[in-house]
Design a protein around this ligand. Structure first.
Ligand SMILES: N[C@@H](CCC(=O)N[C@@H](CS)C(=O)NCC(=O)O)C(=O)O
Length: 213
């Protein structure tokens, strides 16, 4: 039987990794479709017809034909569908959502921007990159303070807030940020990395399409 989920993404994409990691931790095998972003495939009408923003990731749920965009919204959907990592009750779910919104506002956006420039995918003046790195550093400071004395972002176990934010934090080195400056975040990241079925980005996102094992 084919896998329920079909993930379209790009090996270097942090947001694609967030979704792939959630699927792995939730025990959901998925077929992976490599989107040729270097060739502009994500801006072509066939892709935009399925992903209105012309971005990766795109997740297709073959059980109902849904085509889902925006990594944070996809993580919430997966938590709803699997009943896993969504938070223990309404209070936790609300806190989880808060962290998801905060992440793209304060951490992921500047971190990814600095990283794509440092990797040579895009160009930007050095002061713009520096602003992004500083913004990401501020966000990591907030995260570090929050994690002092707690194992997980919300409640007593890992949630999609941890999965989402780990997907950003795991790219910090590529943005030139040393995680030794954020010891609580570093310790928390190591906890995420020993969750059952955790996989690193390189082990989940190949440079070619692949059918679930
Ligand atoms: N907020 C979106 C961001 C997605 C995103 O920025 N994807 C990048 C690749 S990592 C992309 O498709 N960039 C091309 C573009 O924005 O035109 C999400 O979390 O899914």
């Amino acid at each position: 039987m084919p896998a329920r989920f079909e993930l379209h993404g790009f090996a270097y994409s942090g947001p694609t990794y967030k979704v792939a990691l959630a699927l792995s931790l939730m025990g959901e095998p998925f077929d992976y479709t490599h989107v040729n972003m270097m060739g502009g495939e994500h801006k072509q009408p066939p892709f935009i017809a399925r992903q209105r923003y012309g971005q990766v990731p795109l997740l297709v749920d073959r059980n109902n034909g849904r085509q889902l965009c925006q990594s944070a919204a996809i993580l919430e959907y997966l938590a709803d569908m699997t009943g896993r990592f969504g938070g223990a009750d309404l209070n936790e779910r609300l806190q989880v959502r808060e962290w998801l919104y905060w992440d793209f506002d304060r951490l992921s956006a500047p971190l990814y921007k600095a990283r794509v420039v440092k990797a040579g995918f895009r160009q930007a003046p050095p002061e713009v990159v520096e602003d992004c790195v500083n913004a990401a550093r501020n966000a990591l400071g907030v995260l570090n303070d929050h994690l002092a004395g707690r194992a997980w972002l919300v409640g007593e176990g890992a949630t999609i807030a941890d999965i989402d934010i780990y997907g950003a934090v795991s790219c910090a080195g590529e943005a030139g940020i040393d995680m030794a400056d954020y010891p609580q975040v570093d310790a928390w990241a190591k906890r995420v990395e020993v969750l059952p079925a955790f996989k690193a980005r390189a082990d989940l996102l190949p440079m070619k399409s692949q059918v679930a094992a």
